[in-house]
Design a protein around this ligand. Structure first.
Ligand code: KIV
Length: 264
């Protein structure tokens, strides 16, 4: 696989080629995923749950993400490495610039931030200063206490329209990728078609440009339950490398996610 950049993912979108992403937190898994051609590796703050055993992502710190980004960077050869900005590390634009710089110095090639219109100034400031941004809309887990739980977002017309407008505004502010999480498939399709930049879905149906899953869900070892939108590929293949290849192949072929993994 050649080095993956945001420009390469954009080209894939334009050519209708689907790409796959996985969370990764260490060098060994990063290398294994990279070898199977997974295009994007995310050092997700999902580590709060799957590595640290917390109930949500809120306890994760910038130092935690930096440590795991350094590990993943050493294992990843070609994949685009994105680091999550954790809870309250980008509450102001100034703070975002300081904290994002730490993640870039740890080896990230892009940072991911959760939020809509309130983030526009920050997205522009980071981009102008050389820090590429992946935005994140829908069920943004850092807002779990505002949502009152891990609930599907964008189900009514007003919320759906706001999400489409936020997505367009984030692209105009400079975001180069967008993750949309746990929203109805029809809304995800609308957002994907409205944007020029690649859109990566998780629990957002089959029509996004790319798919992302938490690696522990793909391997069936998450603490707690495996979400409806995920799929345990290890139980099908019995081998980690084959499991990752099957995930990539199914995303590329458009057979994952199927109806059983989709919200309407
Ligand atoms: O933290 C994470 O792993 C994420 C993905 C689920 C998109 O944000």
């Amino acid at each position: 696989m050649a080095k993956i950049t945001a420009a390469k993912l954009l080209k894939m979108k334009q050519q209708g080629e689907k790409f796959s992403a996985l969370t990764a937190y260490d060098a060994s898994f990063a290398e294994a995923f990279d070898k199977q051609g997974i295009e994007v590796l995310l050092i997700g703050d999902s580590m709060g749950m799957v590595l640290q055993g917390h109930e949500d992502t809120l306890p994760v710190t910038v130092a935690d993400i930096c440590y795991h980004t350094r590990c993943v960077r050493r294992g990843a050869k070609d994949a685009l490495v994105i680091a999550d900005m954790p809870f309250m590390s980008y509450a102001t634009t100034e703070q975002a610039m300081t904290e994002a710089a730490k993640l870039m110095r740890a080896g990230a090639s892009m940072v991911k931030l959760e939020g809509g219109s309130w983030l526009l100034e920050t997205v522009t400031a980071l981009t102008e200063r050389g820090i590429p941004v992946c935005a994140h809309l829908g069920l943004t887990p850092q807002s779990v206490h505002v949502f009152g739980g891990f609930k599907i977002q964008g189900r009514n017309q007003q919320a759906a329209d706001k999400m489409v407008n936020d997505a367009i505004a984030l692209e105009q502010a400079g975001a180069q990728l967008l993750v949309i999480e746990c929203i109805p498939a029809e809304l995800a399709k609308r957002i994907t078609e409205a944007l020029s930049i690649p859109v990566i879905g998780i629990g957002a149906g089959k029509d996004t440009d790319g798919q992302i899953l938490v690696m522990h869900d793909v391997l069936g070892i998450s603490t707690g339950y495996i979400p409806k939108f995920s799929k345990n590929y290890l139980s099908i293949t019995g081998d980690i490398h084959k499991a990752i290849k099957l995930y990539k192949d199914e995303v590329a072929a458009g057979t994952f996610p199927s109806d059983e993994h989709t919200f309407n």
